[in-house]
Write a protein that binds this ligand. Structure first.
Ligand code: C2E
Ligand code: MG
Ligand code: MG
Ligand code: MG
Length: 284
């Protein structure tokens, strides 16, 4: 009887797996179509602000997909699907194109806004990637200094030689790199020393419970210390309240990003903020 039940359970598991594969395949087909439809894939921009003055220091571009039938689908759900196919290259290209065109439009309107783009492991390790970035900077006329890329510890550790080579080539264009979600992967001190990066972004899981959790606070403080010793800028993600801002100020963290300051905003909404007044850019 038990064996039968077990078998039934396994059968259900197999069915679920099949459905999962089918769902991923249909999502992939939909993504392929979305890449040809400029209305479906857009970017929102989330402000990054200086902890001490509250001034806007840049924005992070975050992908948004509005599926024609299913509505908004989170990047957390579709990025992993793209990551296992070469469609990721087209997606990254599209995200960079939108972000740099927007940066260009802001420049033309008199706003110098540094933009950070998330780059997946597959794209970072693509040997053509630095050349593609170079071409897009040229096409849009955006100075490389206004672009940075956010990569994960996983991307850097899975093939360090290739990743380092790509980051060095990007650096010659003026493009800086950040380690995203820092603290959640298997960061190696050895690599931190040699990686050509400019910024550490502390994962929001540490930042969000800093007020209640003394261990999280200690980890944030020691990461800021470590980053500064290595000459890096340190950003805290997931800053949701004034208590977190106060703690970050005391710790000496450089930059903050989170719902307390602003949610990721459509370009128009960000432009409105840029244009309302200098005061609107200071949040403290
Ligand atoms: P991420 O790069 O770590 O981006 C930060 C995520 O935290 C964003 O989620 C953002 O909306 C969210 N967030 C910002 N402030 C707060 C806060 O105060 N509290 C909380 N709880 N969350 C906050 P989002 O936009 O859903 O993106 C999720 C992830 O998807 C990103 O994490 C990034 O890894 C990936 N992603 C997004 N856009 C792209 C893209 O264009 N390319 C690639 N390769 N990955 C992307
Ligand atoms: Mg990011
Ligand atoms: Mg992050
Ligand atoms: Mg994150």
């Amino acid at each position: 009887h038990e064996a039968k039940q077990h078998h039934a359970g396994f059968h259900r598991f197999q069915e679920e797996q099949k459905q999962d594969v089918a769902a991923r395949l249909s999502l992939l087909g939909d993504l392929r179509r979305a890449l040809d439809d400029p209305g479906q894939l857009t970017l929102n921009y989330q402000p990054k602000v200086a902890v001490d003055t509250g001034a806007l220091v840049g924005v992070e571009a975050l992908a948004r997909w509005t599926h024609p039938v299913r509505g908004p689908i989170s990047p957390a759900d579709f990025i992993p699907v793209l990551e296992v196919t070469n469609l990721m290259h087209r997606f990254t290209e599209q995200v960079l194109t939108i972000a740099l065109s927007q940066t260009r439009a802001w420049l033309d309107a008199g706003h110098r806004v540094p933009v950070a783009v998330n780059v997946s492991t597959r794209s970072l390790l693509d040997p053509d990637f630095p050349q593609r970035v170079s071409a897009l900077l040229e096409e849009t006329g955006v100075p490389g200094e206004l672009l940075s890329i956010e990569v994960t510890e996983y991307a850097l550790m899975s093939d360090p030689d290739t990743a380092i080579e790509a980051l060095k080539r990007l650096r010659t264009l003026g493009v800086k790199a950040s380690i995203d979600d820092y603290g959640t992967g298997y960061s190696s001190m050895t690599y931190l020393k040699v990686l050509p990066i400019a910024e550490l972004k502390i994962d929001r899981s540490f930042v969000m419970d800093m007020a209640e959790n003394t261990s999280s606070r200690a980890l944030v403080a020691s990461t800021v210390e470590l980053g500064h010793q290595l000459g890096l800028t340190v950003v805290a993600e997931g800053v949701e309240d004034e208590a977190a801002v106060a703690a970050l100020r005391e710790i000496g963290c450089d930059t903050a990003q989170g719902y307390h300051f602003a949610k990721p905003l459509p370009a128009d909404a960000l432009t409105a903020r840029l244009e309302s007044s200098v005061q609107a850019l200071t949040y403290t």
